[in-house]
Structures are given as C-alpha cells and as structure tokens.
Ligand binder design. Structure first.
Ligand code: ARG
Length: 308
C-alpha cells in the first residue's frame, strides 16, 4: 500500500490557484448528454462489431432515464459534448475529484486524448484546482480510481488502461492511502467495470477480473460476508458499474437474484436499461462523475430519494 502525508502537488498545476475551490453541499454529479455519442472506433472488446451500431435516439432515451434516476438523489451538472469526442458521454473518465481538486486523466488511447482539453476547461471554469497526469503514465480518472465511501482509502486499478505508476501521483495529489489492484480480463478493462465500494462496508465486485494478489488485498479490507460477488452473467451486464448514493444503487438491468441480495442488505435498487452504452463498453457509473465529497454524497437525508 502507498502512504503519504504530502500535500497536493501544486507544481503540476497549469494555472494560478483558484480563489476558492467549489464546495458542494448536496450530492452532486457531472454528466454529458449523448448528443454526439457514437461507437466510432474499437478500444475495448465491447466495441468490436458495434461500430455505428448504437442508436442515438434510444441512447438519448436511456441517458435521460439515467439522468432522472440520478437527479432523484443528487444534483446533476452538465458538460457540453464536443465534436470529435464521441466517448465524452463516459464522463467518469474525465478525472478524479476530492475537496475541489481534480487529477485530470491522461488517456491511454489516442482516440480519447482529445477529450482532455474539454475537461481541463470545464474544471478550471468551475474553480477546481486542476492537477495534470503525465502522458507517460496513463490515468483514466474514476474509471480506475474509486474512493471507499468514507474517503479514507483509494482503490486504483491498473493493467489495461491506467498504469500503476500513475498511482503514486494519486497518493501525492490526494494524501490518501491507496491499494493497487491488477485487472486481468480485457472485458473488465477499468476498475469501475468490476469493483464498486458501497456504503455500510459492502463491496460489489466480480472476483474473476482480478489477479490472486489483488483478491487477497480485497479480502483484507472486506470480510466475506460484506463481499457481494456478482455472477459472470451480471458482470457482463455491467452490474458493478453502479452509482451509489447513500442507500440507493443505480445500475443497468441485472438479475433478480442480484437485486434481491442488494435489497436484503438495505439498498434501494434502481435499474435503468443502458443497452446502447453497453455497445461501447460502459454503463451507469461511467456515465456520471462524482463532484461532491464522499461524506456529502452519502449523507443520509440530504436528497435521498426526493420522490419518496
Ligand atoms: N468506449 C469507452 C472506452 O472504451 C467506454 C468507457 C466505459 N467505461 C467503463 N468504465 N465502463 O473508453
């Protein structure tokens, strides 16, 4: 495990210090409408055979459904999609946010590197302290870096997209202990496709996506009764790619067996059809980026299920 007490490394910062970084007092996420979404190239196994096969109208309907489900429990801010960046809808990969500081992504694939400039602009315009990632050490934001719900530990994936060297900068930037996890199945190329820390000490995950050493480290933090392992069938429907806000879990369509297990543990499960985004290798979690701090995001009684 990496540990440090170093403060955010402001030397990487491109512009001068913002007067005040944003402080969200309600659970808040960023989303990007799928107006320009397209499967235009193949950079993961899900996209193969699906070039230009996603239907934009259906994608828009599904995204609006997800937008409403998230808006039920959180505020949602929007970033405008940009021509030439059809994967911008997967906004979770813009970077990793904590306390108004963002570590921006440096994408592994050239096809997504164009997105970086748009994300930098949005975060600067919204007052964030922006820290860059180096091109030589790819880092794909919340796709590969997930805080535990109380914010005390950062789980970071490597092996496909993000490099393990990028994890050192994360420790410096966020002053938080970090556990690196190695991904071994190309279908689960980002940590957020197979691993989702939940409130109350639970973990939703697909064990076969990790090497033995990583599974051991996961086991040290999560006793067996708190590990909710999903079947391969649910894993390939991106069950682990879920948005957790307090006791609500928003995810794509999963088996009754899995939603039952989650409900038994006290979660409200909201399923949203996301077939058009699965064709590009993504689902609920990667269509949103957490902006609010973790205590605010998970605090009970903030917005939790407005329509209850
Ligand atoms: N086409 C996008 C990519 O390959 C999809 C990203 C979905 N991300 C995820 N974590 N599932 O980068």
């Amino acid at each position: 495990m990496y540990r440090t007490t170093v403060l955010p490394n402001t030397s990487q910062q491109e512009n001068s210090l913002p007067a005040a970084t944003p402080k969200y007092t309600q659970p808040t996420f960023l989303m990007c409408p799928p107006t320009l979404f397209e499967v235009d190239y193949v950079i993961n196994p899900w996209m193969a055979g699906n070039i230009h096969r996603s239907q934009r109208n259906r994608a828009m309907e599904q995204w609006i459904h997800l937008y409403r489900a998230i808006s039920d429990v959180a505020e949602v801010e929007l970033i405008e999609p940009q021509p030439g960046s059809p994967d911008m809808v997967f906004i979770a990969h813009a970077g990793l946010v904590l306390h108004g500081v963002v570590t921006l992504s440096s994408f592994f694939h050239r096809q997504r590197q164009m997105e970086e400039q748009h994300y930098r602009r949005w975060f600067l315009d919204h007052g964030f302290l922006v820290l860059d990632s180096r091109r030589e050490t790819p880092f794909e934001g919340e796709g590969d870096a997930l805080f535990s719900p109380e914010g005390k530990l950062l789980w970071a994936g490597h092996g496909v997209r993000s490099s393990d060297c990028s994890h050192r900068s994360l420790v410096q930037n966020f002053s938080v202990p970090l556990e690196s996890l190695r991904l071994v199945d190309p279908r689960f190329y980002h940590l957020d496709t197979c691993f989702c820390p939940l409130v109350d000490g639970y973990l939703l995950y697909f064990p076969q996506a990790f090497d033995t050493d990583s599974l051991e480290r996961i086991g040290k933090y999560y006793p067996e009764e708190n590990r909710i392992a999903v079947s391969e069938q649910d894993a390939v429907h991106f069950a682990c790619n879920s948005v957790n806000v307090g006791h609500t879990i928003i995810l794509s369509e999963v088996s009754d067996e899995l939603s039952g297990r989650l409900e038994q543990r006290g979660f409200r499960v909201v399923q949203v059809p996301l077939s058009e985004f699965l064709k590009s290798g993504g689902a609920a979690k990667c269509l949103s980026l957490r902006l609010s701090d973790l205590d605010v995001t998970h605090a009970q009684g903030l917005i939790e299920h407005r329509n209850a």
